[in-house]
Ligand binder design. Sequence first.
Ligand code: HEC
Ligand code: HEC
Ligand code: HEC
Ligand code: HEC
Ligand code: HEC
Ligand code: HEC
Ligand code: HEC
Ligand code: HEC
Length: 252
Amino acid sequence: MGKLFEKFPDPLARLIVVVAALFALGAFAYFVLIPKPVKDVEMQWADAIKREKARPVKYAGFHVCEECHGEIQKKKQTGYHKDLSCETCHGPAKAHTENPDKVKPAIPTARTFCPQCHAFNPSRPRGFPQINPVAHNPLKPCSSCHNPHDPKPPTTPKECSACHGEIARMKAVSHHVQLECTVCHVAPQQHKVSPRSVKPSKPQVREFCGKCHGKDAKEKLAANAPKIDMGEHGEKYVCWQCHYPHSPEVEQ
Ligand code: HEC
Ligand code: HEC
Ligand code: HEC
Ligand code: HEC
Ligand code: HEC
Ligand code: HEC
Ligand code: HEC
Ligand code: HEC
């Protein structure tokens, strides 16, 4: 090695030799030592496709079921569950479509099933129908009252609390306990049948709360209401920016 370097006294030439040697070594490693499947992306793609294709297909998809279960599909199409595919509830059913008499899909009859989507959970979108599975008609299976393929509530509820349980429970232990919901909301009867298309009103201006809380309020329930100076209190902001109207507790 020393002799080899003696042939190249110039440091620059030495550097070139070292670099060239490393380069040759690298090329040898890349082209000879590393096997082709590790380097060739297309080979890897082809392998992955082969591997995925070999897996058994479990789900039959949205449309196959109606070939034999047209009635159920027709019922589901117009109901609240129109956007759920059959296999969301019945599980993978490809094998069933190929051999319907021998292989039966699961039928989710347990009371724990529906609450996966319908149990109260504050992270669900506002207005999504939610119930408390412990308090909501306990012990009976859900499908004894709601047809899972067209889950209308069996009766139109009378109380706001049937659907707004959280708010009603909160108000019941607040200073606004004596105020009916309809003191502050004008709710058309139709809201209880199609709640998403017919909505009640909500208070819009701070003077609304002033009807009871203003210095010279005359409203029926105003007598017990603590009074504030409407001109100064809370400046120009609407009251519910600071007080949740269903539980307007003031921390002392
Ligand atoms: C080729 C026709 C066919 C297709 C396609 C088909 N089914 Fe069925 N399905 C049947 C038959 C036949 C029965 C038995 C009916 C009976 O027992 O009265 C059945 C029964 C069922 C049952 C009841 C099982 C039980 O234990 O009673 C469910 C649930 C079901 N099918 C779901 C599905 C779903 C979900 C799909 C779509 C992924 C589907 N089926 C596609 C023919 C079909
Ligand atoms: C929200 C969940 C859910 C969806 C979505 C759903 N099912 Fe069902 N299905 C059930 C439940 C729960 C039962 C059992 C009903 C009972 O106990 O009476 C059932 C029962 C059935 C039965 C047994 C016979 C009957 O009519 O009760 C068949 C067949 C069936 N479903 C097919 C389908 C098909 C086809 C689809 C799609 C068009 C579908 N289901 C969508 C939950 C669902
Ligand atoms: C995968 C989630 C999912 C499952 C599981 C599910 N649902 Fe639903 N459910 C929905 C969706 C989505 C709606 C429609 C909500 C809307 O219209 O905004 C709905 C609507 C409803 C409604 C209508 C409520 C109203 O506003 O009047 C009832 C009742 C209902 N489901 C009962 C059931 C029952 C009973 C089961 C079990 C057999 C069940 N759901 C299983 C997602 C689900
Ligand atoms: C004894 C009959 C009965 C049973 C069992 C039952 N429900 Fe209900 N459900 C009702 C009635 C009645 C309503 C209408 C509201 C009210 O009066 O409580 C309703 C309303 C609902 C709503 C609509 C709430 C809203 O905010 O729009 C959902 C969701 C619901 N039920 C899901 C379920 C689920 C899930 C189960 C099973 C864990 C179940 N129900 C069991 C009778 C029943
Ligand atoms: C059948 C169930 C049901 C009943 C009964 C019901 N509501 Fe509702 N309500 C809903 C649903 C679902 C929404 C959510 C609509 C949305 O956000 O898309 C809603 C929304 C509202 C809103 C908000 C409207 C908005 O623009 O944000 C108010 C206020 C309201 N309800 C008040 C009431 C009052 C007061 C009662 C009793 C007189 C009542 N509701 C009875 C289901 C119901
Ligand atoms: C003191 C007046 C008052 C009473 C009583 C009242 N609300 Fe409200 N409610 C409001 C105001 C104000 C808003 C608007 C809040 C906002 O925009 O942030 C509201 C908003 C709502 C909303 C929209 C969602 C939310 O939480 O902001 C619903 C649903 C609702 N109220 C239902 C009810 C029900 C059900 C009752 C009876 C149990 C009730 N309210 C009683 C004043 C009231
Ligand atoms: C119909 C009359 C009435 C209306 C309208 C009304 N309130 Fe009240 N409010 C009362 C009464 C009565 C009390 C006191 C109840 C008690 O403590 O005995 C009260 C108490 C309060 C308290 C005091 C809570 C505490 O900790 O002392 C606040 C804050 C409040 N309301 C805010 C509001 C807001 C915000 C609005 C408008 C969305 C509103 N109120 C609309 C009657 C009303
Ligand atoms: C910027 C926030 C804010 C706004 C907006 C606001 N408040 Fe208050 N409010 C408070 C605070 C903080 C307290 C407790 C300290 C105090 O008494 O000033 C309070 C206290 C109250 C009390 C209890 C007074 C007492 O003597 O017990 C009432 C009633 C009240 N507010 C009603 C309203 C009404 C009605 C509006 C709308 C016209 C409103 N607030 C707007 C922050 C606000």
